[in-house]
Design a protein around this ligand. Structure first.
Ligand code: URA
Length: 250
C-alpha cells in the first residue's frame, strides 16, 4: 500500500494511484512477452553512413591527478581534451553528496546545466527531483552527474571519443563516492556504462553490474524522455521500487 505522502508525490510526477496498483502487477505480466513494444525508435542507435565515416575528433591527451575531490574538480575545469571544452559555457562536474549511497548518471549537460554548471537543473531535472521524492530520496542525498561534463552543441549525442576522454572523470567519481547502487538514466548513459548497445527497453528492469566493478546498476528512462512520453512514468515507478529495494538491501 502506498503512504499518503507517496501518493502525493506520485501525483506530482503525473501518476495516479489507480494506475500504479493495476499497472505494476498486471502490466508487467502482460507486457513482458511483448517487450518489443516498449522499444522506442529513439532507443535504437543505427549509425548513419555519415556517422560511420565521420572523422575521429582530435582528442588532446592530458594527464590529471584524480586522487581526491579538489584535484578532480580542478582537472575537469582544466580539461581541454576535446572540442566540447571550447564550445561549452561552463563545465558541469556533478552535484550532491560525495558519500552518497546512490549515484545517478545521465547523458550530458543541456542548455540550463551549461549556463549554471550544475547537472539536472532544467525541466528534466525538476522531474528527476520529483521521481526521487516519490521514493523519499532527496536529490541532496544522492550524487548526480553525467557521462559528459561539457554540453555537446545543440544537445547532439556524445561522440565515442568524447565519452572515452571524459570517462576518466566518471571513473574517478565512482571510486571516490563508492556508491551502493548506480542508477543510469537514459539510453546514452546506459549503453555507454554497460558497453551494450541494446535498446533501453531491453536494458531496464534488470539488475546489472557496472563492468569492471562489483557495483549494482539499474537503468531507467531519462526524465526528458518522460516529459515527451508521460505514459512511461508507470515503468519508471516500477524501476524506482526496484532501486529502493536494492538501496535497502531487500
Ligand atoms: N540531461 C542530462 O542527461 N543531464 C543533465 O544534466 C541535464 C539533462
Amino acid at each position: 500500500m502506498l503512504t499518503e505522502r507517496q501518493q502525493h508525490c506520485l501525483h506530482g510526477i503525473g501518476i495516479t494511484a489507480w494506475q500504479i496498483r493495476s499497472s505494476i502487477s498486471a502490466r508487467t505480466e502482460v507486457d513482458e512477452p511483448v517487450a518489443e513494444q516498449f522499444i522506442q525508435p529513439s532507443d535504437i542507435e543505427i549509425p548513419s553512413a555519415e556517422e560511420k565515416t565521420k572523422p575521429v575528433e582530435k582528442i588532446q591527451s592530458q594527464v590529471f591527478d584524480l586522487t581526491g575531490w579538489p584535484q578532480m574538480l580542478e582537472a575537469i575545469e582544466a580539461c581541454k581534451m576535446c572540442e566540447l571544452a571550447k564550445s561549452c559555457t561552463r563545465k558541469v562536474p556533478g552535484k550532491g553528496q560525495q558519500q552518497a549511497d546512490l549515484m545517478i548518471i545521465g547523458e550530458a549537460p543541456g542548455h540550463d546545466e551549461d549556463l549554471q554548471g550544475i547537472p539536472f537543473v532544467g525541466r528534466a531535472g525538476h522531474l528527476l527531483d520529483k521521481v526521487l521524492n516519490a521514493i523519499n530520496l532527496d536529490s541532496n542525498n544522492v550524487y548526480i552527474t553525467n557521462i559528459l561534463k561539457c554540453r555537446p552543441p545543440n544537445n547532439r549525442d556524445p561522440h565515442a571519443d568524447e565519452v572515452l576522454a571524459c570517462s576518466q572523470f566518471l571513473q574517478a567519481q565512482i571510486k571516490l563516492i563508492q556508491p551502493k547502487v548506480i542508477l543510469s538514466v537514459g539510453r546514452i548513459s546506459a549503453q555507454n556504462l554497460l558497453k551494450d548497445h541494446s535498446p533501453l527497453g531491453r536494458l531496464r528492469d534488470k539488475e546489472h553490474v557496472l563492468p569492471g566493478t562489483n557495483l549494482p546498476l539499474l537503468v531507467t528512462y531519462h526524465p526528458a524522455y518522460l516529459l515527451r512520453n508521460p505514459a512511461e512514468k508507470a515503468k519508471v515507478w516500477h524501476d524506482m521500487k526496484a532501486l529502493l529495494r536494492l538501496l535497502n538491501n531487500e
